[in-house]
Design a protein around this ligand. Structure first.
Ligand SMILES: [Zn+2]
Length: 265
């Protein structure tokens, strides 16, 4: 299986250079992720299909840069099916006839088969698509070379789930990750292990600061992200909150009127 990278033409503050979508040609022509409906993206997909119909679009998760192009694709490619794991309050924003994908679903794609792997954390509905023969994971926003992945509690991000998802993908021993942002990763184990270590280190710092009496998320951000640009502070705050909520669920931290503290074992 040789998925073709097709850019979504949507660079921006949250998408960096913009998204990659992946086209798998063959009997069941399959596009992984829908982009944002930019006409240049639709043209590139059409060109890469070389006259074939588009059979289906598999969407990794309901974030705008992955799912919002679905209606435009449906218009350009009548007959294409649209499949994702449901996230009802999000999916209704992109009105196509979404079909439900569950964890463990096997999906004909190209001339082969993909396995849907539920990998929540970045988003509750996040799926990766696994091609076992080539040990290739179409990984959506699970990983991005050179940077960490955003896990925002205010958008149902969940750090405990994200760490479990990383372990789940590691256990499959992928040979390469084809992401939605940035370059292909040929060293999945070091990338995914690196994420786990990064979160462990961040947690250790937060525990240390809480222990020293720093109780306010904004103060934690100021201590842990020195020199951060103002525009990035809200994202850093969400990341700190993700850690605090993890510690709370593990019974290690608590909060009283917005002030956080460690709980003595
Ligand atoms: Zn996302």
């Amino acid at each position: 299986m040789k998925p073709i990278a097709i850019h979504a033409f949507n660079p921006g503050p949250y998408t960096g250079d913009g998204n990659w979508t992946w086209l798998i040609r063959g009997r069941v022509t399959t596009l992984i992720d829908a982009g944002t409906g930019d006409p240049k993206h639709l043209d590139e997909v059409e060109r890469a299909l070389e006259g074939a119909m588009l059979s289906q679009v598999l969407v990794t998760h309901g974030h705008v840069d992955h799912a919002s192009g679905a209606p435009a694709l449906a218009e350009r490619f009548p007959g294409a099916r649209f499949l994702k794991m449901p996230w009802p309050e999000r999916d209704s924003r992109w009105p196509v006839a979404w079909e439900r994908l569950e964890d463990g679903a096997t999906i004909p794609a190209g001339d082969e088969t993909l396995l849907a792997v539920h990998t929540p954390g970045h988003a509750p509905d996040h799926l990766c698509f696994w091609h076992a023969e080539s040990r290739t994971m179409l990984c959506g926003d699970l990983a991005q070379k050179g940077t960490t992945v955003y896990v925002p509690p205010n958008l149902q991000g969940d750090l405990i789930a994200y760490l479990d998802s990383l372990e789940r993908v590691l256990a499959l021993r992928p040979a390469r990750l084809l992401p939605a942002h940035g370059p292909v990763m040929d060293d999945p184990e070091s990338v995914l292990r690196g994420y786990i270590e990064h979160r462990q280190e961040r947690e250790r710092q937060i525990v240390e600061q809480l222990g020293a009496g720093v109780s306010d998320p904004d103060a934690l951000v100021a201590r842990l992200y020195r020199g951060l640009k103002d525009t990035l502070v809200p994202m850093a705050r969400e990341s700190v909150l993700a850690h605090l909520i993890k510690l709370e669920r593990e019974g290690r931290a608590g909060r009283r009127e917005g002030a956080w503290h460690m709980i003595d074992p």
